[in-house]
Design a protein around this ligand. Structure first.
Ligand SMILES: [Zn+2]
Length: 275
């Protein structure tokens, strides 16, 4: 079934595992992710950033997932890094079951104000909301230096906004890591101890399996993977185009890209949900 992030993440928090969220770009990456969910029979989140919506259309990705998903495990459709209220509303109209409003570049009070507005309108329509406090490095929708999330601020932020999950800055970065990432596992634990809602880790593509497991143990319930899937898709496509079967017909070489996304996504699902 297609449910909200809140439903998936509360279960994950109680169960001591994390639900991976996969950024998709096109039909083939949607197919790869859905195949991985089918194959593992475990939950995952399909998500898009605003740039993807600009690329492929706001109504497209939710429609693809809804048309193609026949599996038994619960999944959700989420807007990643929503930058304004309108984008969140458009996604809710298009059938997303969860939206992120990213006010992390604003000061604390402005972030609270913006997040609260989105929470009110989303909750009225049965949709859950993720917000962000602190900063995550690298370029996705946000730029700037990494600011670790403060424990007391996180507590106050969640209480004031009634948000369903919170993305925190603990040293991760979007895109490809330059050098060895240093993740503040202790900070995750400190925040998890005082914040009731599930915590979200962005920029996990370059982290080792051990670091990911440690983050989950410390209290992370949702982990975003974008770069890994895009790399797998691109490598798979190159292999497909170079294969003997490759013809003028995309249906002969695209399956290589779909399978590459499926394999990476299935491995991540099993890592995050080992039970
Ligand atoms: Zn992110």
């Amino acid at each position: 079934m297609i449910v909200t992030n809140a439903e998936l993440l509360i279960r994950a928090k109680k169960g001591g595992y994390a639900v991976p969220a996969f950024n998709v770009d096109n039909l083939e990456s949607v197919l790869g992710v859905l195949n991985a969910i089918d194959k593992t029979s475990k939950s995952a989140i399909v998500q898009t950033i605003p740039r993807t919506l600009k690329y492929g259309g706001v109504a497209t990705y939710s429609a693809l997932v809804r048309a193609l998903y026949t599996g038994g495990a619960d999944i959700s459709i989420h807007l990643d890094h929503g930058g304004d209220i309108k984008t969140c509303e458009d996604c809710i109209d298009a059938g997303y079951t969860s939206v992120m409003i990213d006010g992390s570049m604003l000061d604390f009070d402005k972030n609270v104000e913006l997040t609260k507005k989105v929470v009110e309108l989303a909750h009225a329509r049965g949709v859950s909301v993720e917000a962000e406090l602190g900063t995550i490095g690298g370029k996705e929708e946000t730029e700037g230096e990494i600011k670790y999330t403060e424990v007391e601020e996180a507590k106050e932020f969640v209480e004031k906004t009634d948000v369903d999950s919170l993305a925190i800055g603990v040293g991760t970065a979007h895109g490809v890591y330059k050098g060895e990432p240093h993740i503040a596992i202790d900070r995750i634990k400190e925040i998890a101890d005082v914040v009731d809602v599930p915590l979200v880790l962005h920029g996990a593509s370059g982290l080792s399996d051990d670091v990911i497991k440690a983050c989950i143990k410390a209290g992370i319930s949702k982990i975003n993977f974008a770069t890994h899937l895009r790399q797998a898709f691109s490598e798979g496509l190159k292999r497909g185009l170079a294969s003997k079967e490759a013809t003028y017909d995309p249906k002969t070489y695209m399956p290589y890209a779909i399978k590459a996304v499926e394999d990476v996504a299935a491995k991540i699902i099993r890592l995050c949900q080992p039970i």
